[in-house]
Design a protein around this ligand. Structure first.
Ligand SMILES: [Zn+2]
Length: 91
């Protein structure tokens, strides 16, 4: 019984470490992007990265829209997030 309990604790610790590792990686990526590009994140609208205004592949755009994983623009490297375009009239 003690063994099983220990294994569960280990698994939880492992998951926590994995998460810490991931967020640390993203944190470093973020800092690097800010230093080199001036901004680390960019909106993805109409299949276009609003950071470098380059068209992104539809499959990648769908992944960003799902928001399950952190996706980077293949052209400028910025972390992309989906933003639904508002239908407000401009000009
Ligand atoms: Zn880009």
């Amino acid at each position: 019984m003690e063994k099983v309990k220990g294994e569960i604790e280990n698994a939880e610790k492992e998951r926590e470490e994995l998460w810490n590792m991931l967020s640390d990686r993203i944190k470093r990526l973020y800092e690097k992007l800010v230093a080199t590009k001036g901004s680390a994140v960019a909106r993805a609208t109409n299949y276009t990265c609003q950071g470098c205004f380059t068209g992104i592949p539809p499959q990648l755009f769908l992944e960003i829209k799902k928001g399950e994983r952190i996706m980077q623009c293949p052209f400028c490297g910025r972390i992309l997030y989906y933003w639904e375009e508002s239908s407000s009239d401009e000009g």
